[in-house]
Design a binder for this molecule. Structure first.
Ligand SMILES: *[C@@H]1O[C@H](CO)[C@@H](O)[C@H](O)[C@H]1NC(C)=O
Ligand SMILES: *[C@@H]1O[C@H](CO)[C@@H](O)[C@H](O)[C@H]1NC(C)=O
Length: 488
């Protein structure tokens, strides 16, 4: 048991849950619209031909990260009800939740306290160790020969097609998590979108992104002339939020120790669930999601939903990208957000603590399991504290104790990218991890510090010496282990 728990904690899960889904090459006729659906908004007149594609990706594994895979499963159900075909929906999820021994409802995943199963029918295109950035990029670019494992499905799109991408997970400034290493960096993602545009294989693309500091992926990076419209759960410098967490309201059923969803994700999805998306524009959804995610502009908790890229695309209807559930055909869009708000939510980065704490709290006093759960919780805390203090010390050694933290935490002006030299940023991360151990999911929050060290013109080689001084050894903590490789 202790061993199993430790393995889980260390993100050691390597079981390949590969499952192939037979698929056929999509016909160009797929996704044709009825005459009555045409030209509903300015600029949409050419959308009567073309296929709708969706790429859905959850960037983590582990039961304590339940909510991200739950979001992605829910998104699949929306695409499916909207009329997209399985051959045009590509799902990346580690797939270790539904059949996890910790799942109180085996084989079922929910994304709302009272919600039904969202797992049934989800195609297992890329699961387990196949959820890699290389596969994600190959799928986006439609490059079948570059794909390793999985169903082999790719976005085999043409110039009239519309693509929808949804990512949900943890992130940090300039970076998005993955269940495998390396993580996904903002410059690489934007370069892939540029490449896809240059190949002429889409008409327009919408990217919905849930992660901490997700604005930093596109800020100063995403051009406004490649027909990509993106919205993000947060701006470049704040956390995004988990929701339906234990102890919050509304809370999950008592048998769940984990958060069921993410605030921005469920905001766009619960909106899409009930509206006629033939009449709701991307802009209308953006405003509604922005309002709900900011808790009606109070920001007691919650974050600033942002938009980037070709903002003119936001006049289009959601239908162009994700179809619409025929059952909602008479539901008219109302500006006024009638959806319930949340009284509380949990900061994305602390959601794992909620899980480890809940688990510990519930177990019987004196039991072996409680002892294991206590150890898990302490290891999570110890890793956090090790990463925080190492980065702080490096900052002080580089810039002096007076200025160190000011330099590391400085936020660049809006519109400027996080870092000028992304290669430097990635080298900096490798230098840190080789001396101080893995950043892991939590440590992504320090990406801005590494970016600022690069922006100050300090080379990774110089930081290597300082990091060796700051970290005399890598702690023997599963979270700190670099056995999976570097995150950059
Ligand atoms: C597809 O991927 C392969 C293998 O990585 C690469 O050699 C090839 O150039 C790629 N094709 C295109 C069109 O980018
Ligand atoms: C929408 O309204 C029309 C006209 O009243 C009706 O015929 C149709 O069944 C309704 N559709 C749904 C899904 O309720």
């Amino acid at each position: 048991m202790a061993m199993a728990a430790r393995l889980r904690l260390a993100l050691l899960l390597s079981a390949c849950l590969c499952a192939s889904v037979a698929w056929a090459r999509p016909h160009l006729e797929a996704g044709i619209r009825l005459p009555s659906e045409r030209a509903e908004a300015a600029g949409e007149s050419d959308d009567s031909v073309g296929t709708r594609w969706a790429v859905l990706i959850a960037g983590s594994n582990g039961y304590y990260n339940y909510r991200h895979q739950a979001d992605v499963c829910h998104a699949y159900q929306i695409m499916k009800k909207g009329g997209l075909k399985d051959e045009n929906i590509i799902v990346f999820m580690y797939d270790d939740i539904a059949h996890s021994p910790e799942n109180p409802r085996p084989g079922v995943i929910i994304n709302h306290p009272k919600g039904g199963d969202v797992y049934a029918g989800v195609p297992k295109d890329y699961t387990g160790r196949e959820v890699t950035i290389d596969n994600f990029f190959a799928v986006l670019l439609g490059n079948k020969t570059a794909v390793r494992g999985g169903s082999g499905k790719v976005v085999d799109s043409g110039p009239n097609d519309h693509i929808f991408v949804f990512y949900s997970d943890h992130g940090g400034p300039g970076v998005l998590g993955m269940p495998t290493y390396p993580y996904l960096y903002g410059d690489d993602l934007v370069n892939v979108l540029k490449k896809k545009h240059a190949a002429g294989t889409y008409k327009s693309l919408v990217f919905y992104l849930e992660a901490c500091e997700s604005g930093s992926i596109f800020e100063g990076m995403l051009p406004n002339d490649i027909n990509v419209y993106a919205t993000t759960a947060s701006n470049a410098e704040e956390s995004s939020w988990g929701t339906y967490c234990p102890g919050e309201y509304p809370e999950p059923p008592p048998e769940y120790d984990t958060c069921l969803g993410d605030l921005y994700s469920i905001a766009w999805m619960e909106d899409s669930d009930i509206h006629n998306l033939r009449t709701e524009s991307l802009k209308q959804q953006y405003k509604l999601v922005k309002d709900r995610t900011s808790v009606h502009n109070t920001f007691n908790y919650g974050s600033h939903v942002m938009q980037y890229g070709s903002l003119d695309l936001s006049d289009q209807h959601l239908f162009t990208y994700i179809g619409s559930n025929p059952a909602n055909e008479n539901a008219t869009f109302v500006e006024d957000n009638s959806l319930p708000s949340f009284s509380r939510a949990v900061n994305q980065r602390d959601a794992d603590l909620v899980y480890f704490w809940q688990k510990y709290r519930k177990l019987a006093e004196g039991s072996l399991e409680k002892n294991d759960a206590r150890k898990e919780l302490l290891e999570v805390m110890a890793h956090r504290s090790h990463v925080d203090s190492s980065v702080e010390l490096i900052g002080n050694l580089l810039f002096g104790s007076e200025d160190g933290q000011k330099v590391l935490k400085a936020v660049r002006a809006a519109g400027k990218p996080l870092v000028d030299d992304w290669i430097c940023l990635k080298s900096m991360v490798r230098v840190f991890e080789s001396q101080c151990g893995s950043l892991a999911q939590y440590g992504m929050k320090h990406m801005r510090s590494f970016a600022n060290i690069c922006n100050a013109g300090i080379r990774p080689e110089a930081v290597s010496k300082v990091a060796a001084q700051a970290c005399t050894s890598i702690p023997s903590n599963p979270w700190s282990s670099v056995h999976m490789g570097f995150s950059a």
